[in-house]
Design a protein around this ligand. Structure first.
Ligand SMILES: [Zn+2]
Length: 279
């Protein structure tokens, strides 16, 4: 049975949830607003040599995700242009140890700094300086592909964090999920959206089951609720569009979906289970 909007609104009001004002602190860091030119630095990391074709297949999936994001932005009247560079496609960036994302909330959140140093930047600030001086992109992020199975996560910034350390935002995607099925382009789009402020709409350590159930009624195909190997069946719903800056249209009930502890989530990174794929 489908709920009409007024019934849902009534439900939300009756739950007695207090609505706090949206604060700008979530909108911080190098991936600020999903609009204009966006620079994506992709880095392929592995603990040993990594087959070129496998890496290329992941890179193609990133293109697919970016194309889909640009198309979705178009529905909201925004133009996205993705630019980027890479390290490791031809000669893998070898790391001593790559932690496996387990959606525990305790994954390393300083991976962007570690990987950037590994490819030759003395600090995050040097890379930021380079992007600003050479690309003219308004927003930028680091996307890490790991030659491992695991649950991807994002390392988003909030203004309450150490900006010098966390201003440059990034995410890690593993070539396979923990169940060894291959990574879907939708998960790449999902993690990128986190960096621009999107909230998970499925149950996690910081999101409740009742919010997931409500999201299933309101935004059944939102990429923050579920992912699919067919990205064409997914979309960016109104809440995610507002959070990421694609839309200015805010509804009061959006606040009800705010993760339980946003700051905690930001510090630890937003950890994502590939909901649709685990079934
Ligand atoms: Zn997520």
């Amino acid at each position: 049975m489908k709920y009409c909007l007024s019934v849902i609104l009534m439900f939300l009001l009756l739950t007695g949830v207090s609505y706090c004002q949206y604060s700008d602190k979530w909108r911080a860091g190098s991936a600020l607003t999903l609009n204009g030119r966006i620079y994506v630095l992709t880095v392929f990391i592995s603990e040993s040599e990594w087959d070129y074709n496998e890496k290329k297949a992941l890179y193609d999936r990133l293109y697919e995700a970016e194309g889909w994001l640009a198309e979705q932005a178009g529905h909201y009247g925004k133009t996205l242009v993705f630019e980027g560079g890479e390290y490791g496609l031809n000669s893998t960036v070898i790391m001593d140890h790559i932690a496996e994302g387990r959606a525990s909330g305790n994954e390393p959140v300083d991976l962007v700094s570690i990987v950037l140093r590994r490819v030759g930047y003395s600090s995050n600030a040097r890379f930021v300086e380079w992007v600003r001086g050479n690309t003219g992109c308004d927003n930028f992020l680091v996307l890490i592909f790991a030659d491992k199975a695991g649950t991807g996560y994002s390392m988003a910034c909030s203004s309450e964090m150490d900006m010098e350390k966390y201003f440059l935002e990034g995410c890690i995607l593993y070539k396979n999920y923990s169940n060894n099925r291959p990574l879907a382009a939708a998960s790449i789009a999902h993690e990128i959206l986190h960096l621009f402020g999107a909230w998970d709409l499925y149950a996690t350590f910081s999101q409740t089951k009742d919010r997931e159930e409500k999201a299933r009624q309101l935004f059944p195909n939102d990429v923050m609720l579920r992912v699919s190997y067919n990205i064409r069946e997914l979309n960016i719903g109104p809440l995610t569009a507002w959070l990421t800056g694609l839309s200015d249209r805010k509804e009061d009930w959006f606040e009800w979906f705010r993760p339980r502890s946003r700051d905690e989530q930001a510090v630890r990174g937003s950890l994502c289970l590939p909901c649709a794929l685990k079934k």
